[in-house]
Unconditional design. Structure first.
Length: 471
């Protein structure tokens, strides 16, 4: 927790309140607005991540519509012990949302930073600058504002002749002259907690919406001769909320373009067609990687150096080593690929699949919850589930590990230097010993001893093989 100092030298503690109770009717969705995803993460997750970087004493999230789902999204991002939740029983405006947290804030004796759960791009640096101004001016309230060419739909900032804050007026309550004002309220505030809670008692729903407006509070402070500060920010997009599906798509494009540009300029990554590549802002991509069109690198994936990822591959929450080649149309989810491996085309790795160095997985191969050893090749039309495969082994086309008996999953173990013939069925649980060979079309229902050839349905030992030299 960081304490901040005002101009008198007194220290103040920071608490953060995130408003996330509403449905968001303009999204035209049954899903709460803050649960819509940007860059693969709910909007509220982005806000929580930024808030955490300010190291507050407490973070409170006001929930209402689909409260359980919003709580789950916040806890996934922030952890159970980092956030407390406050319930707004009825969505009756922003003032009512803050009043729902009044019990916590009235005892806080802190600076309260109020954020909206649908403003995902706001930067920590911007919020720190807002806090610094609030404390430097010893203000009861500081409002973050921006100027828009088209301010329609937003609350306007009305100033007096000297340019000082006078009031905030909502669009539906504004006069014709007030609607010409281009400076708008971004919905991000700093408050003295005690003064905020006292003022909330006086907020009344005397507006066309019949709601309790948080925006009435700064006007009350002005009437009471309290200091109300305005922090005018230069980047409207950064502090804008997501209100419609069209805006969500615009934010997605903005986030994607920013990530790709950063990787090209700072990371030394080549994009064959930057306008047709998607990389999560949380992903890491190493120097000298080449990314082809329509590639999706999602979640917290980590791509090593010198990799090449071809057309329409999708990599989610996975880790690639150095000099890995991912060919066209592969899907790789929650998996690990070591250095100098090749995958695809049309391969599917999932559920903690692991490829060791120089392993090769070819076209139309699915690997699920399995480990493929060093220099092992699985080239064609194969399913490997719940399997452990050793080094220098070759898996023939059409091989299937029959891991499911209708009730339970069973493991298959294939040791080093094994040759599995095409169209082999391995009925788990089963082990194939080191140096063994299965003939094409075998159905293996019993363990295969090391250095033997098995064939048939069911497979039986046909002969003993000479042991291969090590290495």
């Amino acid at each position: 927790m960081v304490k901040h100092s005002n101009r008198t030298g007194a220290q103040t503690t920071l608490d953060i309140l995130i408003l996330a109770a509403g449905l968001g009717t303009r999204m035209k969705s049954s899903l709460a607005k803050v649960l819509h995803k940007l860059g693969g993460q709910p909007l509220i997750a982005h806000v929580c991540r930024t808030a955490a970087l300010l190291n507050p004493r407490n973070t409170y999230v006001v929930v209402g519509y689909q409260a359980a789902d919003v709580k789950a999204a916040v806890e996934k991002e922030a952890g159970n012990d980092r956030v407390a939740f406050v319930t707004q029983a009825e969505q009756r405006g922003t003032g009512d949302a803050v009043m729902a947290a009044r019990g916590e804030l009235s005892r806080a004796q802190s600076t309260v930073l109020i954020l909206s759960g649908d403003v995902p791009l706001v930067r920590t640096e911007t919020l720190r600058a807002l806090l610094d101004q609030h404390l430097a001016e010893n203000a009861a309230c500081t409002i973050l504002t921006v100027r828009l060419e088209n301010p329609s739909g937003y609350g306007r900032i009305v100033r007096d002749e000297a340019g000082r804050f006078l009031k905030i007026v909502e669009q539906k309550d504004a006069s014709v002259d007030e609607r010409q004002i281009r400076e708008i309220n971004a919905g991000i505030y700093c408050f003295d907690s005690e003064k905020l809670c006292a003022a909330l008692e006086r907020v009344k729903p005397t507006n066309s919406q019949g709601e309790y407006y948080l925006t009435d509070v700064p006007g009350m402070f002005r009437t009471d001769q309290e200091q109300v500060s305005i922090y005018q920010h230069h980047d409207a997009r950064e502090v804008s909320g997501v209100n419609t599906r069209a805006e969500l798509a615009e934010f997605e494009n903005l986030l994607r373009r920013g990530t790709v540009r950063r990787l090209m300029l700072d990371g030394g990554v080549t994009f064959i067609d930057p306008s047709h590549a998607y990389v999560s802002s949380e992903a890491q991509v190493g120097r000298d990687c080449v990314i082809h069109p329509d590639v999706h690198i999602e979640g917290r994936s980590i791509i090593g150096e010198g990799c090449e990822i071809y057309h329409s591959a999708r990599i989610t929450d996975s880790r690639l080593g150095n000099r890995v080649t991912i060919k066209d149309h592969c899907v790789i989810v929650d998996s690990d690929i070591a250095d100098d491996c090749a995958v695809g085309p049309f391969a599917h790795l999932r559920m903690n699949a692991r490829l060791e160095e120089q392993a090769v997985v070819g076209n139309f191969v699915e690997v699920k919850k399995s480990r493929i050893g060093r220099r092992t090749k699985v080239m064609h039309l194969t399913y490997l589930g719940d399997a452990t495969i050793g080094e220098n082994t070759n898996i023939g086309a059409g091989t299937v590990t029959c891991n499911y008996d209708g009730k339970h999953k069973h493991p298959t173990v294939i040791e080093d230097n094994v040759r599995i013939g095409s169209d082999t069925m391995l009925v788990a649980p089963v082990r194939v010993g080191s140096g063994a060979v299965t003939a094409a079309g075998s159905v293996v229902t019993e363990d295969v001893p090391p250095n033997t050839l098995v064939a048939g349905v069911p497979a039986k030992v046909k002969k003993k093989l000479e042991e291969a030299e090590d290495g």
